[in-house]
Design a protein. Structure first.
Length: 148
């Protein structure tokens, strides 16, 4: 399964309005859980797994990108939730982040998790792609950027 196979227009927030790291993660997790009709227990478990992973080391990268991620025991399929913020947020890296890729992976397929993270990093190595993504104004624009 490739990156484009798991991008869902319904799992994109643009613009993100939260201005704190935990709130951004909560917004991304909430969208995923709402879209997948998951309950409070699953929502809390996903949020905790992502926060626990962030406590090990920040997933903020250069160019204003952050890739919070976690392996979730009860997920059957991997997912990505994309968020774009107008206001750069301190996500614990050397620079503030405004583009977020929440990667939720199934524990049953650890190779896929690594492939997804690698694909995002490779895609975001393009300054042009990052600049266009940061300038996007809607979920539709973000989605089209991946499929044009």
């Amino acid at each position: 399964m490739g990156l484009l196979d798991i991008i869902d227009k319904g799992l994109i927030i643009n613009p993100l309005t939260s201005v704190k790291k935990e709130d951004i993660i909560r917004d991304l997790v909430d969208l995923y859980c709402d879209r997948k009709s998951l309950g409070e227990d699953e929502r809390d478990a996903i949020f905790k797994a992502v926060i626990d992973r962030e406590m090990i080391a920040s997933t903020a990268m250069e160019k204003g990108i952050a890739i919070p991620h976690a392996k979730i025991p009860f997920l059957k399929e991997s997912a990505i939730v994309i968020g774009v913020s107008r206001i750069p947020v301190d996500f614990g890296g050397a620079e503030k982040s405004s583009i977020f890729f929440l990667v939720l992976a199934s524990q049953e397929n650890p190779t896929e998790h690594i492939q997804i993270l690698s694909s995002i990093a490779r895609l975001c190595s393009s300054d042009v792609f990052v600049r266009i993504l940061a300038a996007s104004r809607s979920p539709e624009e973000v989605y089209q950027l991946f499929f044009d």
